[in-house]
Design a protein around this ligand. Structure first.
Ligand code: GLA
Length: 340
């Protein structure tokens, strides 16, 4: 029995996948065997879809509707379609990995930021372009999109360029555009980290989810779940899952990993036990009807490829598989939650 089979009664199980994974037979086989969903780790973010050369060459032509390029996303969509693995779209609007030139008048970084109306038009058209391309060429492959990522920080809305120039309206425009252009069966998510922390959980519920929900624009809360060994507590996590669930929205764990820098047997056992307690919360909440959890996605496939080691440079052993796709203790611990 595989992870995806064991968890099929409850929710999809996924992993973030890189362009290198799609070139590795071992990684592709692992995805096909164990996972029912995946996310492109990077190549479906704005910096990969926006065509800088074309925008800069003809800024007037592209002023309201940015020039696009679609080459980077194709291998993910094709792999998903060929293997009938559901793909999570990540992410349509984010302050990171969106090139700075995108926000400027005439796309000229020596100028000033474009007016709000121009930026909101660029955002709507960008989302329209992405969704149209994908839904036309790969129909039915994407079942959920992170529409907006990480707009809450330091007790308030994050002071990103999006927020400075457009206030809350960029969030609403992103969701309204996604709702307008996404196929009706596609679920629209707000996604954020530290989403089990009390102040942030409450801020997201009151200031992001409820206003969007009142307008019928959001379908789910994406809890990223980049966890560490002693934070958050299982109780904090359970409370947050149930509070998001109580809104009547779907809940997904979108980027699950548990940072752990100690590969000793004892420490890897503790990692597995911690994973098991979080999965137990998720399964129990789903069974009890306290939260409609629809998928849980690990952030990367193998320890060796984790962003914690690669991007954050904190050597880490945070996942269920390592080396040549070998299963770690954590794999069996997560399986035991549903086998028991
Ligand atoms: C955030 C983003 C992800 C990814 C991670 C780090 O959580 O949502 O796309 O970039 O940071 O890898």
């Amino acid at each position: 029995m595989s992870l995806k089979e064991a968890y099929a009664p409850y929710f999809k199980i996924g992993a973030a996948v890189s362009r290198w994974d799609l070139e590795s037979e071992a990684a592709k086989n692992l995805m096909k065997e164990e996972f029912s969903t995946f996310t492109a780790e990077n190549e479906m973010k704005p910096m990969f879809f926006l065509n800088k050369d074309a925008c800069l060459a003809e800024p007037e032509k592209y002023n309201l509707n940015p020039a696009m390029q679609y080459d980077f996303c194709k291998k993910y969509l094709q792999f998903a379609m060929d293997n009938k693995i559901a793909l999570r779209g990540h992410t349509l609007c984010w302050h990171n990995q969106t090139p700075k030139w995108f926000y400027y008048k005439n796309y000229d970084e020596n100028s000033e930021f474009a007016e709000k109306e121009v930026l909101l038009a660029r955002l709507e058209n960008y989302i329209h372009n992405v969704l149209d391309f994908i839904q036309t060429n790969y129909p039915g492959v994407i079942y959920a999109w992170d529409v907006v990522n990480e707009v809450v920080d330091e007790g308030d809305f994050r002071k990103s360029i999006w927020y400075q120039t457009c206030g809350f309206d960029f969030i609403e425009t992103a969701f309204a555009s996604a709702r307008k252009y996404a196929d009706p069966e596609v679920s629209l998510f707000y996604n954020d980290y530290e989403s089990a922390t009390a102040w942030k959980r409450d801020f997201i519920i009151e200031n992001v989810l409820k206003p969007l929900q009142a307008k019928g624009l959001v379908d789910g809360m994406g809890m990223q779940c980049h966890l560490v060994m002693d934070h958050p507590t299982v109780e904090e996590f359970q409370t947050a899952v149930e509070m998001y669930g109580a809104l009547g929205l779907q809940v997904q764990c979108t980027e699950l990993d548990i940072h752990n820098a100690d590969p000793s047997e004892e420490s890897m056992k503790a990692l597995g036990d911690r994973y098991a307690s979080f999965f137990k919360v998720l399964v129990d909440a789903k069974k009890a009807g306290k939260a409609n959890i629809t998928s849980v996605t690990f952030w990367c496939l193998l320890d060796e490829h984790s962003w914690l080691t690669g991007f954050r440079k904190e050597t880490s052993y945070p996942l269920l598989f390592h080396g040549n796709c070998e299963k770690k203790y954590a794999y069996y611990a997560v399986m035991d939650v549903v086998k028991a």
